[in-house]
Design a protein around this ligand. Structure first.
Ligand SMILES: [Fe+2]
Length: 282
């Protein structure tokens, strides 16, 4: 399958053209896709005629798929797919997050062994809004001077799902809360595949630096939160039906704009675990 690429920004992100997720993708082509994804942090595939089994089979080639802790929002036929949506069926919200604006975060950073990737597929789009922005935190780290890097290297931060919890319209139940205790992660994470270092903090999941007092924590984190969303580290994606974006959770974070609450938005997401040989011992 011949593929071609188009950069999405000057420093990261790539559109990979010529890929049909429903077709057989040979090993060489897949290896090329995987390389482009890791090198660029996010990979966009346009014009897809989505079928759930094909999405799952494609994503499984990157690593085992995680069944998301919010099981009430899983696709009832395909639990590997988390529905991100404001659709209501028979009085019940079928998807997570509904129509709210959603702040910068990494997926699954609150897990001891965080997922390496996610792929989000646009099934139904609203009349307006709902753009997703991505920030590349490897690029943001590399742009720091040596002194600033030295302030971060070797430190750890707390990633907390319960800190994030305030935005859910349906709070986690006791089982879900027990499955997601706070975890300590390195403040700078080395990518298991590329070896690139990336800042591993975000405003939604990280309430504090591990071991620092609150004031000291706040000061450094606020400085970092301002740095990592500088426009030169960010790509904002305006979705088209049939778009799929595969993102690397180790080196990018993302956020979503609010959208027209009177129209429907239905997205389906996989969550990809690192291949066992590449899992990072935190
Ligand atoms: Fe997310």
């Amino acid at each position: 399958m011949p593929i071609s690429t188009r950069p999405l920004t000057d420093s990261f992100g790539v559109e990979i053209q010529g890929v049909d997720l429903n077709a057989d993708i040979d090993e060489d082509t897949f290896a090329e896709i995987e390389r482009h994804w890791y090198e660029n942090g996010i990979a966009l595939f346009r014009g897809q005629a989505f079928t759930e089994p094909a999405i799952i089979n494609f994503c499984r080639r990157f690593g085992e798929l995680e069944i998301h802790v919010r099981e009430e929002y899983l696709d009832p036929h395909y639990p590997e797919l988390l529905r991100v949506s404001n659709v209501v069926e028979a009085g019940r919200e079928v998807g997570i997050l509904q129509d709210k604006e959603l702040g910068w975060h990494h997926d699954q950073s609150y897990m001891k062994e965080p997922a390496i990737g996610s792929m989000l597929c646009a099934f139904t789009l609203p009349n307006w809004g709902g753009d997703t922005s991505f920030a590349n935190l490897a690029v943001a780290y590399e742009a720091l001077d040596d002194q600033a890097k030295a302030r971060l290297d070797g430190r750890r931060v707390i990633h907390s799902y319960s800190y994030f919890n305030g935005i859910w319209s349906v709070p986690t139940n006791d089982t879900q809360t027990n499955r997601t205790p706070d975890v300590s992660q390195p403040m700078v994470r080395t990518h298991p595949i590329t070896g690139r270092k990336a800042i591993y903090v975000d405003p939604a999941m990280v309430p504090m630096i591990d071991g620092d007092d609150e004031e000291e924590s706040r000061e450094l984190l606020d400085e970092l939160f301002e740095w990592i969303i500088k426009p030169e580290f960010v790509y904002r994606h305006q979705w088209q039906p049939g778009d799929a974006i595969l993102w690397d959770n180790a080196s990018t974070m993302h956020r979503r704009e609010s959208f027209d609450p009177h129209s429907e938005r239905l997205m389906k997401r996989t969550t990809i675990r690192p291949k066992p040989a590449l899992a990072v011992p935190f």
